[in-house]
Write a protein that binds this ligand. Structure first.
Ligand SMILES: [Zn+2]
Length: 356
């Protein structure tokens, strides 16, 4: 059995389709139906409860009340379930190398659909094409008209089409993106993950705009990205590839515009954006500076996470840093180019005039 650096077992990937068909998908649908109906973040409540139980257990142990607690079976079980829940939730996340989330074991899309190497001139030509298209077609009115609720519904449908086009098993229908609570906001901003899909409960949540000012496109892309996770794709790169395909495949010009923004933003190259977007990005930077000045705990934890190497990195999302040398086999861009060039696999996504 090959032990991969990200701790996933390659043999398990071959069993994944069976797991997903008979257990994973029905379970994901059942969990989704329940959590989407709860108006607040269940993950937030569960973390608070787990922390509270752990603190009470520590206090009881410190004051010598452990044997008395063991005699009260119900109380003991209730309190011990708190830290157990925290461990299970932690291990069930896809973000960490020791993840036990079964959806993190499926075969990566970049392996299932290996792309062809893209020489740099071709990559740059594609960026130029999208840049020209975005500059020519960008409309502030169209851009502002797309709400988070609408794109959640639109991406839900578009992702289903993309998965069917790729011959992949479907995922659950997603219906709710919740605002993150204070604790998940603190943890998310410190780690560098201002939105999440929790594979344990199947819940999706995103930071409130007042806690993390960001351009509109960032939030809209984030909604589609989390929806891709909720469909059963825990790995970040898979969610990004599916998001790009869902946006590019959409018959709605606003989604395709977002697809171009995403493709260009991830490239690490110098790009000319429409003036409206540039102004929005600058305004968000200014607001973010003011908001971060009021978040000393986040600043402290973020620094600690960077020092300890826990901070989220763009690499696993397939985002290219400006200083990075061009990799012709870049997993995000090469996989997409490969998919767009294959008529069979691209059946579900080559529409809408997209692809090189
Ligand atoms: Zn993600």
């Amino acid at each position: 059995m090959r032990f991969r650096p990200d701790c996933y077992f390659s043999h398990v990937a071959t069993l994944f389709p069976w797991y997903w068909r008979f257990l994973g998908l029905p379970l994901s649908r059942a969990k989704g139906m329940c959590v989407d109906r709860i108006p607040f973040s269940l993950v937030e409540i569960m973390i608070w409860s787990g922390v509270a139980c752990s603190l009470i257990l520590i206090a009881i142990t410190a004051t010598g009340g452990w044997s008395r607690l063991r005699r009260s079976r119900l109380m003991y079980a209730a309190l011990v379930s708190g830290p157990i829940l925290l461990v299970l939730m932690g291990m069930g996340q896809g973000a960490f190398p020791m993840s036990l989330a079964p959806t993190a074991w499926r075969q990566p899309l970049a392996e299932a659909f290996p792309g062809m190497p893209i020489p740099y001139p071709l990559f740059r030509r594609e960026l130029d094409r999208r840049e020209v298209r975005l500059l020519a077609s960008f409309s502030p009115a169209y851009y502002e008209s797309l709400s988070e609720e609408e794109i959640l519904h639109g991406c839900d449908l578009s992702l289903d089409t993309v998965l069917a086009g790729l011959g992949l098993q479907p995922g659950r229908a997603v219906g709710k993106m919740k605002p993150m609570g204070p604790l998940t906001t603190l943890l998310g901003l410190s780690y560098g993950g201002p939105a999440f899909h929790d594979p344990f409960f199947g819940e999706m949540a995103m930071v409130r705009p007042e806690d993390h000012p960001a351009p509109r496109y960032w939030r809209l892309l984030g909604v589609c990205h989390e929806a891709a996770h909720a469909k059963g794709f825990t790995r970040e790169l898979d969610a990004e590839i599916l998001t790009q395909l869902a946006l590019s495949r959409s018959p709605d010009v606003r989604y395709r515009m977002l697809g171009d923004i995403m493709y260009l933003r991830k490239s690490g190259e110098r790009i000319h954006y429409p003036e409206y977007l540039r102004r929005e990005i600058r305004a968000c930077w200014d607001s973010l500076e003011r908001v971060e000045a009021r978040q000393p705990v986040v600043r402290f934890l973020k620094k600690a996470a960077i020092k300890l190497g826990f901070q989220n990195s763009g690499g696993k999302y397939g985002t290219r840093a400006g200083s990075e040398r061009w990799n012709p086999d870049h997993p995000f861009y090469a996989t997409l180019a490969g998919l767009w060039s294959k008529p069979a696999a691209g059946r579900g996504m080559a529409g809408a005039g997209d692809g090189p």
